[in-house]
Design a protein around this ligand. Sequence first.
Ligand SMILES: [Zn+2]
Ligand SMILES: [Zn+2]
Length: 166
Amino acid sequence: MLKGIAIAWLLLFFGDFLSTFFYHVPEHVFGSLHLKTHHSWKKDFHHYAIQTFNQQVLLDGILGALPYLLVGVVLWIFSPIGVICGLLFGQFHVWWRHTSILGWETPKPVNFLCQVLFITTPERHWLHHEKTNAGFGDIFTFFEQPAKIWLSWLRLIRINLRYSRI
Ligand SMILES: [Zn+2]
Ligand SMILES: [Zn+2]
């Protein structure tokens, strides 16, 4: 039981780490797919909370979820049930963190629990939809600060790349 929980946590930790630093933040600087599907003012994000078939949203979701699946493959030998639970929690969290648009509010005890466990609440994730510079860390809040530093570095690299092309 304890081993399963530990493996599920490790999957979410490394999945969120890889997804944030190798897909989400670089996509903010060099890409357009995530910005179009996740941060466009024209979108109401109902499609995240209630799954609808939209190829671009699906692709952004698959690319963001890929690191979790890769970590799942590595951790599978230690605890298959832990991997399955971790992936299920990850998918549940995607739906849950997009419920703000449905007018749902996180109950106080749940909010408190999330603070203790450093888990991103829908309210905090909503900040990321509104301000592309805030609210990084899809599942864990402690990735926010390093993600911001990584974002600044990548922006500097992008500027340098542009200058070197001139
Ligand atoms: Zn979102
Ligand atoms: Zn984003």
